[in-house]
Design a protein around this ligand. Sequence first.
Ligand SMILES: [Fe+2]
Length: 199
Amino acid sequence: MVSTVHTPARIEIAPSGEMTGSTRVYRKHLGDMTAVYRDTAAHEAALREHGPDHVVYEVAEHRYGDEPGSLIVGTSTLQPGRYGHEFAVTRGHLHGIADRAELYHCIGGHGVMLLETLDGRSEAVELRAGQAVDVPGHWIHRSVNVGDEPFVTLFCYAADAGQDYSVISDAHGMRDLVIADEDAGWRTVTNPAHTGYRP
Ligand SMILES: [Fe+2]
């Protein structure tokens, strides 16, 4: 098999998450987050206040191609926010090829990586600038901003991994929610709407 040899890319990454050389940038807006937050009334109130085009998070990525062995390197910038008691989140996903791992290195802000397996394990890894989490394969993952500033992470994962978002929506959300806590700042609680992940 002949594989393509790409030219190495130098990438500048700012603490804000801005990066040069990205091959794709996409944004998720308040209008894209219907049914993501448990408190739908709070989400609807935010929609009325800020409008559907209000940016919740932005992802910039650099990839050479989709071939196995390539990497996707990028940044995720999740704005602060609260929807009822629940902090702002990304949609979250399981990799389409579920055994693919991913590195998330926090370069700004204060967040939590919420991690769950299909068979019932849960972890919430708190991240501040300089801290990283090496997410193993087979873990559903979602970023949560528990601070007042944008939560910015640098991520890196296999280019053939893909994303399965329906695993979360089919289960009516992840098993845990990250909510505000007066003393600790944040804590996880069980999502009463969660119906269990399909095997
Ligand atoms: Fe991922």
